[in-house]
Design a protein around this ligand. Structure first.
Ligand SMILES: *Cc1c(COP(=O)(O)O)cnc(C)c1O
Length: 244
């Protein structure tokens, strides 16, 4: 299993390099984030010991369970799942440095209050639902600029860019449209020059579609299955929770 993971990692790095070459981009412009939902701390350690530094969970419960075992290895924790406001304190307690899934104002308000009381800041990506699928979280593209503007008013929230989950489809051009929507929103927001907003990061692309995402400007690809193998739980378990 350990050998499989290390081999898969090499393959992913090569895929990123190839995609960057094809897109005429420098491969150090694209960060690999490992999506570790359902993956044991032991297997996560394997990738961290092999030089990976960026991991992300979808559920606070898993973040909590693996925290002790992983904390001696240097790494950064992002959060990429639907975040309920009653779990905010745990996000801070377990050292999440970036919430990629900020998709509504009330979450920003509560996050800001908590951060202020602890004298902390956190990085934020605004999650956009570019595929128009009911089952996915994220702000509607039409509301993304406005949400960014509102969130920018909270000095504890450091907006770094946008995140999306592309359409699940074998039709590459349909998936590509999702990534184009995110890229266009990024350009629109940059153009508006909103104070306290950086728009360098585009978190898009997963195991199945990272090449397309890199062609469209991704700076963070989030990979799970292609490194750790298939998950037992269907993704709907992570993406289709009842909304608050
Ligand atoms: C699980 C997950 C990923 C990784 O998906 P794979 O297809 O396993 O690579 C990326 N982003 C989010 C938000 C996820 O929940």
């Amino acid at each position: 299993m350990k050998e499989d993971i290390l081999h898969n990692l090499e393959v992913i790095h090569q895929r990123i390099i190839n995609a960057c070459k094809k897109a005429g981009r420098n491969s150090d412009e694209v960060k690999l984030l490992l999506a570790t939902k359902t993956v044991s701390a032991e297997h996560i350690k394997t990738v961290l010991e092999n030089g990976e530094t960026l991991i992300a969970e979808n559920k606070v419960q898993e973040l909590k369970e693996k925290y002790e075992e992983l904390k001696e290895l240097p790494h950064k924790n992002h959060f990429i799942g639907h975040l309920q406001t009653n779990k905010i304190k745990d996000i801070l307690k377990y050292d999440v440095c970036c919430v990629q899934s900020l998709d509504r104002l009330d979450l920003a308000v509560r996050l800001h209050q908590k951060l202020l009381s602890e004298n902390k800041t956190i990085e934020i990506l605004i999650q956009v639902n570019t595929s128009n699928e009911e089952s996915k979280f994220g702000v509607h593209p039409d509301q993304a600029v406005e949400l960014t503007r509102q969130v920018s008013k909270f000095p504890t929230l450091k907006i770094k860019g946008l995140m999306t989950i592309g359409l699940f489809s074998a039709e590459t051009e349909k998936v590509r449209q999702c990534f184009k929507i995110l890229k266009n929103l990024q350009q629109e927001i940059i153009h508006q020059n909103i104070p306290n907003v950086e728009m360098k990061e585009l978190s898009m692309g997963m195991s199945g579609d990272l090449e397309t995402a890199i062609e469209e400007g991704s700076t963070i690809v989030r990979v799970g299955t292609a490194v750790f193998g298939a998950r037992i739980y269907p993704d709907s378990y992570y993406w289709n929770e009842s909304k608050e």
